[in-house]
Design a protein around this ligand. Sequence first.
Ligand SMILES: [Zn+2]
Length: 444
Amino acid sequence: MKTSDNSISRKDFIRNSALAAAGLTLIPQIMAASPFLKEQSISASGKLSLKNVRLETGFEYEEGEVVSTKTGLFYIEIENGKIKNITPNQPNAKAVDAKGMLMLPAFKDMHIHLDKTFYGDKWQAVRKRTGGVKGMIALEQKMLPEMLKNSTFKAEKMIELLQSKGTSFARSHVNIEPTSKLDSLKNLQKALEHKKKSFGAELVAFPQHGVFYTDSVPYLKEAAQMDIDFIGGVDPFTIDGTIEKTIDFTVQLALDHKKGIDIHLHETGESGLNTVEYLIKKINENPSLKGKTYLSHCFILAKLDKVKQEEVAEKLAEAQIGIVSTIPFGSLVMPIPALYKHNVTVLTGNDSIVDHWNTFGTGSVLQKANLMAQLYGFSTEFLLSRSLKLATANILPLDDKGVQQWPKTGDHADFVLMDASCSAEAVSRISDVKSLIHKGNVAY
Ligand SMILES: [Zn+2]
């Protein structure tokens, strides 16, 4: 128990008391905190059976248009973190009663900074920005040493927030620069270790202060040998003053250590487009990076004319470079429909929950799917049901023809139980998440 934290929540208290009393693994304690699966238990062999689980089974058509989604109730057995059996409902079986809740794939937040947040600490609004991104770098150099003091604790709180919104997996960027050195990474790894039964993550080594503007090179090289998955980056032209040198370094580091790439690109002018085109060229030259390279934000796409948008989308698809978007609105509306049209992988994330960049993160990626549906007019049953894929990193219960494709026997038992009748309703209403299961463990 963290006796040093003077504000232990009731939930933590119950969890920790039960842990002490039973001397057991974390799973039953997490369940004690779950509002929905409270009284249930997973057997010692990791088995969990659920009855009255609602699954989507197909579309209902009228004059060729999808007008509703068909569902049915099922009996689902989970063992060793996987779905072992999906069979017709057994309402009288001795099993956890899902009470007709809708089962959907667990959500994934594919762009967040779990290492760098005020969440779990005291509220602070964003300060007036001075000096652009370089001004923000100077601000971070001042504030990071203080933020790092309890960053493990805050990361755990943020993970709990994400779980309460149905997310059990995140791609987290983690600051790697001369101020944090590898401490932000090490602190986050501790939090992830504590949460590993109920939450999964992949990490991006993120040179927030530039690769060369502040000399992050030795730290990035060290991080690349640690347990990270992607080499990150941010606005090479604005911060380092060079596109080629920074991208070349990033690509080479990723190749040397068999990592992916995920670069923040906020630039909206010529340098933004030049960066996209140079990255496409480098990935085509190094095809082993196809399918594991991403541009986060990539605001320049919103500034291009329609013809150019389509052309760039097609090239991104060919190079298998994905776009991770927080679905900005206002003066900057991303061409998400054009990206989908060309089969570009589109992912989303909260980015910031509460930090010195932004305080509007809800923790919900279902809310992002809802925002996308509203922004682009995806308002029919069919289009709403497709919009769910933004929250699940592209896993959908039904394919476009209405054929059931998830869940299947053998899949990881990663799912949410929602207070909704179908995906379309869940997206449109941002329905409540009643429970979250991660690899067969009850996470919420
Ligand atoms: Zn970010």
